[in-house]
Write a protein that binds this ligand. Structure first.
Ligand SMILES: [Zn+2]
Ligand SMILES: [Zn+2]
Length: 580
């Protein structure tokens, strides 16, 4: 137990402009919105700009992005945004960042660049920045930084790690990676990684997503074998769902389908995009006539078809969920169909995936999900033994686990101590913590932090929505809504008829009739009292809330949102005043 207190023990107060500062705006203590920054004097480089997908508590929120305030205030220092690979938790924040902050140059691999380009076109902002295509031979040089890249294996082609030379020492960031000795895409560049380790890396930032999983992850080739087998053995139609972000898997599914003479029907927008870009860049090898439109599904024999779709996580709007509940426009389950989940449910999605599996089974489909027996899925992230291998190849002096919730970062730190990194040299940081690198030594700054909050994106509004709005949505969901409609005449300060209370989602109306009736009377009395003196609409609305809220709470122990609506009736004309 004494060990855990030794992490983060090297601290320092304050820093000089000439120190190298390393901090994250997103990605530490969470899975998503990866945004890491390295700063020295008047230069900043950014590594990745991701989004996070909200959990159920954030009602109606589409994305969560980091607070970009620090970058906005220091935009003249930004020398470039470097993208490790094309997943949403690394590129999804780019349109929102570019809206508020000028970044003239983005450096990304071919595949990531194509995805970013598409994203920027969708947001009509492709002229905001120049995207430079990088490969492992590329070099970037500015006044204080030299950056090189190395190949890494992950679930999407063209994934890179970065080595950054700064005036105070070398930093290496793995990006998302796994070690797969028989990968589907490109190999990790073991030689270059160990060469850089030999050369001397002062600080390593490494992917912690799977740090709780022991051993070595299963090779993508084993998954390919299982998919080939299913394609061959199955007599009827195959409907197969996977993550649209897993390009290697999509590649395999398409190749396996073509090999057994099945036509492929791609369903779901994100899947269509990835298949298109994958084909354009030569990662997915298929001819146009290997694909068919969903409208022509019925004209092919069942054993000549493979439907590739989104929805492996049971997302309610995705193709597979709609197929399962019978509401998909083109695909209806025919008894004897085989449905394959080439995925694992992300924690939290297990129930919705289970519902989809049940519905499909009820309709007569044979459903295969992933298990140790079936090998229908493997991860794109390093398990513990692969993390150890990375640490052994690089042999960094200092280590900061990145990309993961606190428990994952912590476990990765423990793993690092097992391979001989001294706990004093390990930093478990939160977003906004600043690591200071000075003359090849690294410290945690205990006097300053960078402002980092979650910004919620509703639709495409980049301003972010207030926590207050979310709170309202939560109250609405938990307690419902009560509207109080009052008609007054503001000229002679009279209430024209008794207030009317309407409620939604608050109380079962039949039983609540009496309660609401009493409420109306209480509000009426309070308003009459208030209107004896000169008053304003604002005061009347407050008066309604102040009388009704405690009354409803005392009777029901609920706090619904109370919305006062005051109609002003002057000279026979109703004016809807101050409606909220
Ligand atoms: Zn990734
Ligand atoms: Zn990631």
């Amino acid at each position: 137990m004494a060990l855990q207190n030794k992490y983060n023990s090297r601290t320092i107060s304050g820093y000089y402009p000439s120190d190298t500062k390393i901090f994250a705006l997103g990605g530490l203590g969470e899975v998503g919105k990866n945004t890491y920054c390295i700063e020295c004097n008047d230069e900043i480089i950014i590594i990745d700009a991701g989004v996070m997908f909200p959990d159920d508590s954030l009602l109606g929120v589409d994305y969560v992005i980091p607070d970009y305030t620090y970058l906005i205030r220091n935009q003249e220092k930004i020398r470039g945004l470097f993208i490790t690979h094309g997943h949403e938790d690394h590129i999804g924040g780019i349109p929102f960042l570019l809206k508020v902050c000028s970044i003239t140059d983005i450096y990304a691999s071919k595949f990531a660049a194509a995805l970013i380009q598409k994203k920027l076109e969708e947001h009509r902002m492709s002229n905001r920045t120049v995207i430079h295509i990088i490969n492992k031979e590329s070099r970037f040089t500015s006044k204080y930084f030299h950056i090189g890249f190395f190949d890494i294996t992950h679930s999407i082609p063209d994934s890179y790690g970065l080595a950054v030379q700064t005036p105070n020492g070398w930093i290496m960031s793995t990006g998302d990676y796994k070690f797969d000795l028989t990968p589907i895409g490109s190999n990790a560049d073991y030689q270059r990684i160990s060469y850089m380790g030999e050369f001397g890396i002062d600080l390593l930032l490494s992917d912690s997503t799977n740090s709780e999983v022991p051993g070595f992850s299963i090779s993508e080739k084993n998954v390919a074998k299982s998919i080939d087998e299913i394609m061959e053995k199955t007599r009827g139609r195959i409907i197969i769902a996977t993550f649209s972000s897993n390009v290697h898997r999509i590649q395999q599914i398409i190749s396996a389908a073509i090999a057994c003479g099945r036509k492929i029907c791609v369903i779901g927008r994100s899947m269509e995009n990835v298949v298109q870009i994958g084909r354009d860049l030569g990662h997915i090898k298929a001819r146009d006539d290997d694909f068919i439109e969903p409208t022509t599904l019925d004209s092919y024999r069942a054993n000549k078809l493979c439907v590739l779709c989104t929805g492996s996580q049971g997302e309610p709007m995705a193709a597979l969920s709609r197929i399962a509940n019978g509401s998909h426009r083109y695909v209806t389950i025919i008894p004897g169909d085989t449905v394959v989940f080439s995925s694992n449910p992300i924690p939290g999605n297990a129930t919705s995936v289970n519902d989809v599996v049940n519905n499909l089974t009820r309709l007569g489909a044979i459903v295969h999900t992933n298990s140790i027996m079936t090998n229908l899925h493997t991860t794109g992230h390093a398990n513990q033994d692969e993390q150890k291998l990375m640490l052994q190849l690089v042999k960094p002096k200092f280590f900061m686990p990145m990309h993961g919730e606190y428990k994952m970062l912590r476990m990765h730190a423990d793993t690092a101590t097992q391979v001989g990194i001294s706990p004093e040299n390990i930093f478990i940081c939160a977003n906004g913590d600043i690591l200071i690198m000075r003359n090849h030594e690294v410290f945690l700054c205990d006097s300053n932090r960078i402002q980092t909050d979650d910004i919620y994106i509703d639709g495409n509004d980049s301003s972010g929505i207030a926590t207050a709005v979310l709170k309202d949505r939560q109250v609405l969901a938990d307690n419902g809504l009560v509207a109080v409609i009052v008609t007054i005449n503001s000229q002679n300060n009279t209430i024209l008829c008794r207030p009317n209370i309407v409620s939604r989602g608050f109380i079962f109306i039949k039983e609540g009739q009496e309660l609401l009736r009493d409420g109306e009377l209480i509000v009426y009395k309070a308003l009459r009292q208030r209107m004896m003196q000169k008053t304003t609409f604002g005061e009347l609305k407050n008066c309604i809330r102040e009388t009704l809220e405690p009354y409803l709470y005392s009777k029901t122990h609920r706090n619904p949102i109370v919305i006062p609506v005051i109609l002003n009736h002057i000279d026979g004309q109703a004016l809807n005043k101050n409606r909220q």
